[in-house]
Design a binder for this molecule. Structure first.
Ligand code: ZN
Length: 294
């Protein structure tokens, strides 16, 4: 098994916790990196999941958390920050994010508008820039700008465990049957995304695994497949959606086309999840509109 989707410890220092976005299993992964008693949570899911997340942290004996790192300012990664902090009152939790995320976190109106989300402002965030090192008692995590999906997306490189946490910067791959590209509103930038793909390919020799927010840890051959396919997948899905959109197909029709073309073995339609797929397609179309492709 080279795709790790089960909760719990998956390398010497890292744990996967299911963030139950929309109450659904395996829709958003949170990660905890621990070294010598210091723990950092990566991303938060939404506020309604905070109590469940605390329960899981206790179950895996990784409670409390000392730092929360936000991979970018999209609502599904940030909306639980204040609730989680309130539920761990004994710790003064440091929140960290890209220096480019600080304004979006303080004033989430633009992000909220486009996703119809309600995220409270997040204050007092430590700004990170490329090359910064987060030191967890000697375990060093290096910050990389992985822009494109948003202009505040960062990745964290764990050299010791040969792993990289990439948030949403590369792609969504939830199991072997569901894949989704990254061109989300309101900040998608293709030339930055292509730079990010190249950065990741350049790091290949130092990595055995990639952890995606949506969803899970992909190792060995599966890790290499993601690196081999990510760029072509981006262009294929982008061009297809542009073509369908220009034929005046409705978002429902585009969702069905996407299903048949890119994820024919997923159970989305069989399980009646076409509404969820259509919601994602609408966001992808909005991402293409705001970045000037349609
Ligand atoms: Zn995102």
């Amino acid at each position: 098994m080279v795709f790790i989707h089960k909760e719990g410890k998956f390398n010497d220092n890292s744990f996967l916790i299911d963030g139950f976005l929309f109450g659904a299993s395996r829709s958003l992964a949170l990660y905890v990196v621990e070294n010598e008693g210091t723990r950092m949570l990566i991303d938060t899911s939404t506020a309604d999941q905070a109590k469940g997340i605390i329960k899981k942290l206790k179950m895996y004996q990784i409670y409390p958390i000392h730092k929360i790192l936000l991979t970018h300012a999209h609502w599904d990664h940030t909306a639980g920050v204040n609730e989680l902090k309130a539920l761990m009152p004994e710790v003064d939790i440091e929140v960290l994010a890209s220096e480019n995320a600080i304004d979006n976190l303080k004033e989430p109106a633009a992000m909220n508008d486009v996703f119809e989300a309600i995220v409270e402002p997040i204050e007092e965030v430590t700004p990170l820039k490329e090359g910064d090192i987060i030191d967890l008692n000697g375990l060093k995590l290096e910050v990389f700008n992985f822009f494109g999906h948003t202009m505040d997306s960062i990745a964290l490189f764990d050299e010791k465990n040969r792993n990289i946490f990439t948030g949403d910067a590369i792609m969504n791959k939830s199991g072997y049957t569901y894949v989704q590209p990254t061109f989300m509103p309101p900040e998608f930038n293709e030339s930055e995304l292509l730079k990010t793909f190249q950065k990741l390919r350049d790091m290949k020799g130092k990595l055995n695994s990639i952890t995606l927010a949506h969803f899970g840890v992909w190792t060995d051959a599966d890790f290499e497949t993601i690196l081999d396919e990510m760029e072509e997948f981006h262009f294929k899905t982008k061009n297809a959606i542009i073509q369908w959109y220009n034929k005046n197909l409705s978002s429902r029709e585009i969702a069905l086309k996407y299903f048949k073309t890119f994820i024919p073995n997923s159970k989305m339609v069989e399980y009646g999840l076409l509404d969820d797929l259509e919601m994602n397609i609408k966001w992808l179309i909005e991402g293409l509109k705001l970045s000037g492709f349609i």
